[in-house]
Design a protein around this ligand. Structure first.
Ligand code: CA
Length: 393
């Protein structure tokens, strides 16, 4: 493991805690009879340091990081702006955009926030089974999807060294040489049962990790995903006639099904249903832009006001903030979830069951978020984005 990563993982910090505690315990015993109150101080210090250490939360952000300024980027910013979070790496997958352009947006964000110590790892460029060509043919039989992501008209797959100029400027830093899947596997083995896998794009990278390492899901602490749709109350054209359709699941249904059936300790799902309740409203933007933090300046430049269309919803950042502050979620359903892999009109649709109607195939129950405390979400986003970036260099 590289030295920088060892440092981030807290091993040096752990050693420091042990050294301090060991030294002071010895000293405390020596003076115990004479100064009983003073002897307790080192113990309090050890408890405090241990508590601080326990509060560090490890996460890998698996993301289709299109940019700049949108929900994909804002979710990464939530992790980067939270002092208690150790973002071990950003693993990138083709989804809203092509992988290499997405990696460039993520790298540029890290440069702007002074966090280029966080590495960006290249993941899958294509879904496991679905192809652009098959999707084009299927749309003639079953109807068009409202959002095609990387496959939208005019979008081109360009390798990292041949990218077109980015709005926010092209990064000077480069992605890691290690691929996303091996990085994720390496991290859950290095920090067993401590790493949250956050998946807010198509789930191709995470499915590949599961297929490559049967221990992967069990060794993670939990899985948090933004994906799926159950019964959203909306007139938005993407869901009004297709309430079970959601892009991340739809883009790679086979991957989503593999991921949802794996032996995670806990799966939490942010759906279209709850995301549509949210807004990146003027109150949030005014609150953030009153600050001149690096995050605020980035949003000032790259969030176009007024925010409208599907860009007005806090899709991925809701999943990230709710992981940090679970009390933002006011209600959830605990149901079995899978994704249709029938290569027909419902390919990629979200499937759910209760205990009463569940099929006999192995499935897992998922904490499906249904209602959010919007004032709490707004307060959390403003507080995070208005603050200086922790550990910025
Ligand atoms: Ca995303």
């Amino acid at each position: 493991m590289p030295a920088a990563l060892r440092s981030r993982s807290g091993s040096r910090f752990s050693q420091s805690v042990r050294n301090i505690c060991g030294f002071h315990r010895g000293a405390a015993y020596a003076f115990y009879d004479m100064k009983p109150v003073l002897s307790l101080i080192p113990i309090f210090i050890c408890i405090l340091l241990g508590t601080l250490q326990a509060q560090t939360r490890y996460v890998i952000a698996d993301q289709d990081s299109a940019g700049p300024g949108g929900s994909d980027m804002r979710a990464l910013m939530v992790f980067l702006q939270a002092p208690e979070v150790e973002l071990l790496g950003i693993t990138v997958v083709t989804g809203d955009g092509w992988r290499d352009e997405e990696m460039a947006h993520a790298l540029r964000l890290l440069e702007i926030l002074g966090r280029s110590d966080v590495r960006v790892y290249p993941g899958a460029t294509h879904p496991l089974w679905r192809t652009r060509e098959w999707t084009s043919l299927a749309s003639r039989m079953y109807g068009k999807a409202a959002w095609l992501g990387a496959w939208r008209e005019g979008s081109q797959d360009r390798s990292f060294d041949k990218l077109a100029p980015l709005k926010e400027g092209n990064p000077t830093t480069k992605p890691a040489e290690e691929d996303a899947t091996h990085f994720m596997i390496r991290m859950v083995h290095a920090h067993p049962h401590q790493v949250t896998i956050y998946g807010a794009g198509p789930l191709t990278n995470i499915a590949l990790a599961i297929e490559l390492d049967p221990q992967f899901a069990e060794l993670a602490q939990e899985l948090v995903i933004m994906g799926g749709s159950i019964a959203p109350h909306t007139q938005e054209k993407e869901w009004v006639n297709t309430p079970r359709h959601e892009f991340n699941f739809w883009f790679d249904p086979e991957a989503a099904s593999v991921v949802l059936r794996a032996p995670w300790h806990k799966i939490t799902q942010t759906t279209i249903d709850i995301s549509l309740q949210t807004r990146i409203d003027p109150e949030i933007l005014d609150g953030v832009l009153a600050s001149h933090s690096a995050a605020a300046e980035y949003l000032r430049k790259y969030v176009q006001r007024p925010v409208s269309g599907i860009g007005q919803f806090a899709w991925d950042e809701l999943a990230a903030v709710a992981w940090l502050h679970p009390d933002i979620i006011r209600s959830e359903r605990y149901v079995y979830v899978d994704v249709s892999t029938d290569h027909s009109s419902n390919y990629g649709d979200t499937l759910t069951w209760s205990d009463e109607d569940k099929p006999e195939i192995p499935l897992r129950k998922v904490h499906v978020q249904m209602d959010a405390d919007l004032p709490k979400l707004r307060e959390a986003l403003v507080r995070l984005f208005a603050a200086p970036t922790p550990r910025a260099r």
